[in-house]
Structures are given as C-alpha cells and as structure tokens.
Design a protein around this ligand. Sequence first.
Ligand code: SFD
Ligand code: AMP
Length: 635
Amino acid sequence: MANFETVVVDTDLLILGGGMSACGATFEAAYWAKKKGLKVAVVDKAAMDRSGAVAMGLSAINQYIGYQAGDNTLEDYVKYVRQDLMGVSREDLVYDIARHVDSSVHLFEKWGLPIWKDDAGKYVHEGRWQIMLNGESYKVIVAEASKNAMNQAGFTDWLYERVFIVEPLMDGDKCAGAVGFSVRENKFYVFKAKATIATMGGAVHVFRPRSVGEGLGRAWYPPWNAGSTAYFTIRAGAEMTCQEVRFIPVRFKDGYGPVGAWFLLFKSRATNAFGEEYMVERAGELPKWAPYGLAKPIPANLRNWLGMEDVMAGKGPIYMRTEEAIANIAAKYKDDPKAFKRKMKELESEAWEDFLDMTISQSLLWAGMNIQPEEKASEIAAAEPYFIGSHSGASGAWVCGPEDVMPAEYKKQWEPLGVYNHMTTVKGLFSAGDGVGASSHKFSSGSHAEGRIAAKGAIAYILDNNTAPKVDDATINKLKDTILAPMALFEQHSAMSSDPDINPNFCKPKMFMFRLQKIMDEYCGGVSSQFTTNNALLTRGLELLGMLKEDAEKLAASDLHELMRAWENTHRMWIAESHLRHVMFREESRWPGYYFRADFPDMDEANWKCFVNSVWNPKTGEWTMKKVPIVNLPV
Ligand code: SFD
Ligand code: AMP
C-alpha cells in the first residue's frame, strides 16, 4: 500500500516482546552488547511497562529455590517439575533456569519490589517454591530496570513499542530478523538482525472461552498474547515440543482470581455442593496415574481432574472454602478477642490484596456479588485451555540446553548448527519464557532468568556469526503486501454493504476468531466438550481448520487495530493446528484435567513416556511428527 512507509531497522540482536523474559533478555543484553560493541532492538506490541501476563501485577513469585540459603537444591526442583508434568520435561532446561532464578528474584528486590518478609527477615513463603509479594507494580519495576540498563549503557532508539510483529524474516535457513507494523501509524517495520529472540508470550482465545459476549475479554491468560511466539518459531521452521500440553487453571469462577494463595498459604479446602472434598473423596483415582498420581504434590492436571469428575457427576458447583480457611487460621487467636479481631482484619485484607495485586476484576466481582471471603465460600471452576509453557503447561519451541548439563543425545542435534544455549533448531533464532517448551514451572521469575540465559546465548552466537543478514527487497515487498492485505481487501469491498462487518467478500477478525474457537472447543476438547476428544473428532477438526486456513486470505481490516486483530487470529489458527496435530499424534491420556482422549483413556508409560515434537516445513508446507526420548538428569 502506497501510504505505508517502510522503516528498516538494522541491529545485531533483536528481542521480540516486552514481557518478563524480554525484560530479562534486555537487561542481560545491555551488559554484553555494550562490552562487545553490538546493537540491540526490542519490539513490543504494547508498552513494556505494563505489557504481557504481568500487566496487572502478581501477588506471588512462583519460582524461588532458596539455593544459597540451602533451603532447597536444584535437584529438588527438577524432581518437582518432572512429577508435576507427569514425567515429561527437559530437565537440563529446568535445571539451568533453577540455578539462575534466585539471582533474578534478588535483583527484583534490589530494584524495589516489595517481597513479604517475616520477623527474621526471611521471605514469606506461599508454598515450598512460592514467595509472597505486594506486586501491583511488579512489571513496571522490572521493565524500568531493563530500560535503565539500556539507557545507562548509552543505547538510544532501541525500543519500539506498539509495533506488532507478524512474521520471521529469513536468510535461507537462518533467521534474519522480523517484520511487523505499527498499531498507531501507517508504518511497516523491517528489523534485520544477526540473532533474534522470539519471546512474545503464549496464547489465549484459541478455544471458546467461558466468558462470551460482553465478558469476552475476561480470561485468565492476558487477551493480548495471541500465539505470536509459536507462530513465529513454527513459520521459521523450528522444531516444536509438547504442543499438546495446554494449561487449564482452576480459578475463582468468572473473575479468574488465583487459587494458589488459598490452597497453599490459607490451607483452604475445595468442596462440592454436598460439602465433599474431591481431593479426599476421589483419591482412589490417583493410583491409576502412578507413579505421578501417588507422589506429592499431586500434579496440577490431576488436581483438576478430580474436581472435573465431581462436576461431570453433577456435584457442582465447586467452592473454595474461604470462610472455613479464614476461621481455621483465626481460631488460634480465639482466647484473646483483641488479637482475634486484629488477625481477622489482617486475613481479610490479605485475601483482597491477593486479587487486587493481580486480578483486579475478581475483587470487583466479589464486591458486585456481595461476597465477603470471611463469611461466604466462592465458586471455583476449570478455565478454558491456554498455551503457557512457562506455567503448568509445556508447549513451545525445542531449544538447545546448557553445554554442561544438556544430555549428549540432545546436543547432537545442535552440533551441526552450533551449540548456543536456547537457540531453536533454526540458526539465529532463540526463545524464552512461554516460547520454550518442555520446561514448565518457570513462571515470572524463571522467565526473566531464562530471558537472560537466551540473551547470553544469542550474543555468543552473534560473536561467532558476525555477518549482516541478506534479505532482498522483493521478499520484503512481498511480505509487506501480504501483511497489509486485510486493509486492502476492506478498502476494495467495504462500500458494497451498509454494515462494515457483513460483506460477501471478506470476513472480519472477530467472526474468524469465533469460528476458530468453535472448532477447537467442539473437536479438540474445549470447555463445552468437557475437555474430551478422540481421533474421529480430531480428524474432523483438522478438516475444518483446513477450510478456515483457506478463508484466512479473506480476513479484512478497517483500521490498524483490526489489522492487528486479523494477524492475531492467524497466529492463533497456527498454534491451534499445531496443538491439534500433537493431541492426535499422542495416543494416550497423560494429562487428564488438561485434556482426555476418550479413545485412549489410559496413560501408556511403555509407549508414550516421550516428548512429541513437530516441524512445519516452510518449503513444502508439510508437518512431520516424531517421538523424542526423555533423558532424565541423574537426580
Ligand atoms: O500464580 C508481542 N504467572 C505467574 N508467575 C508468577 O511468578 N507468579 C504468579 O502469581 C503468576 N500468576 C499468573 C501468571 C500468568 C498469568 C497469565 C496470570 C497469573 C493471570 C506466570 C507469568 O506471568 C509468566 O510465566 C511470564 O509472564 C511469562 O513471560 P513471557 O515473557 O514469556 O510472556 P509475557 O510476560 O506475557 O510477555 C509477552 C510479551 O510479548 C508481547 N507480544 N510483541 C510484539 N509483537 C507481537 N505479535 C506480540 N505478541 C505479544 C506482549 O506485549 C508482551 O510484552 S498465577 O496466578 O498463575
Ligand atoms: P496458582 O495460583 O494456581 O497459579 O498457583 C500458584 C502456584 O501454587 C503454582 O506453582 C501452583 O502449581 C501451586 N499450587 C496451587 N495450588 C496448589 C495445590 N493445591 N497444591 C500444590 N501446589 C499448588
């Protein structure tokens, strides 16, 4: 389109995203790039201060090892993640993040993040690995530190905010940067880079959410992360892993408030409509999922599963017994009325703050529903599926591990490409946070640490491969035409109807999204299918996705905002296809509570205790799927 300026940015290191892992990457890059005389550019679709999953703040840091103090060992954490993911994790990656995560947390505290301390000056724990904070400004604090690091290192014009990245830029088999557009100005951006870190979060709204219509934007996962990392890495030809391992959090119903503080800190029970505790009543189900079902803590998906069984048996609603938990804690003070009153006040304010720190809308819902947690239990429910490799899901790219810990079997794969920590199977393309698969339970702190690890790996790669990428103008012009096509289509046909949303020549992004969500919900085990699917449903779903993919060329956008929406939905469609193919390939049920294969209702340790990896070939457009052995660390 003639009225779109093309802006070309030449850099050495390109960081895509401005979230927790991008902040970590930027902080690390500032140091190394200055030292080595390299350029850095960071691109975020939003504003770094409040972008990504931590936008609203958080009330806990979920990964802290306490390694130096001897509270836990790195091996303890590896075992925890192995257990929680039903045996499927890249233990070299988990170990690497664990050994660096505490230093990220200590930096956060130094930068001013108020972490709760007890009278002895030790962090207050929510659970074994989780520490409590007053985290409303968590993201602002972390982003500011990264910006300060870059500015103080003397870098200028390095931050591109409100620029939406669409597609990788390739130089043969190497990643040579990225292209995107400004969501505020008519500008098409071309970032040419020697190494790129794709760290644009996970994905929401791929499945039909529980909240539709006026509540559509209210999901647990932030509505602005739409699968861009997975799209980017898949389209570059990178190998993906665990794309079947979606995450379904159980949350306070409709507001999606967190449950961790209630279960772990307040020691609350969850009970059904008849007052029965599913974790107790249905414990007999757990041996079926041995060895994981029998060890503690019981994996997140199995905790979900037991609650879901109650719901399927018609025993809902399920309640978080906040009133009982608060009463139990306060009971210790019952002989001293003054102390009792003070404790009740303290518990009440902690309960509200837990939501106000990270899920403000849940407090609004409590207020709107006249809920006082010390008086009345609250409903909890399993949310719709999300893709968040940094939490208790595991989807993402298959990346190189640290040289000292990575099993030889994995290292072999990178030897011809170069062994650089966190490089994907595409040269010059790195990832972190939600973008990296099979290394769950890194959360906010681990994602920051992983961003630092990836930046170090990427800088090492640049120093060894210090040549400017070659991308011809014809390729760039073609990408520009494709990316702006939805606006051209709208311009061409919109006069044909009086309602801009209804037109025989195009489809608006919202309708397209509804169609995608319906396919995924009904055929790939969404909320309305009780998270259950089978091969016949998946086959039909894939067929319908194929038709949707054809129609993606008919996406139309009336303005820049809708152009972003159009591409967000294309990104979602790709992560959806990748997910469905993985669910189809794995012929067992390993993570009931996340999804259930009715045609393979059991876990099959003999045949399926492995990773499922896939590659989309950019030259042929074909997908290949394979099993990859799990190599445990000797812990
Ligand atoms: O407990 C583009 N997480 C929690 N972690 C904790 O440590 N404690 C908690 O209390 C946590 N809780 C929680 C958590 C997540 C969510 C969604 C909720 C509650 C509601 C997990 C962490 O938040 C998570 O692990 C990290 O944030 C992951 O980091 P990263 O960097 O992988 O993702 P991001 O922070 O969301 O950032 C993504 C960035 O990408 C940008 N972006 N930029 C350019 N072009 C595009 N096309 C882009 N698409 C996206 C975004 O703007 C953003 O900057 S608890 O309740 O579970
Ligand atoms: P959540 O608020 O559900 O995201 O939980 C925060 C952290 O606590 C995550 O590390 C969870 O895995 C963990 N967690 C939440 N509930 C439980 C539970 N009932 N048992 C063990 N760990 C839990």
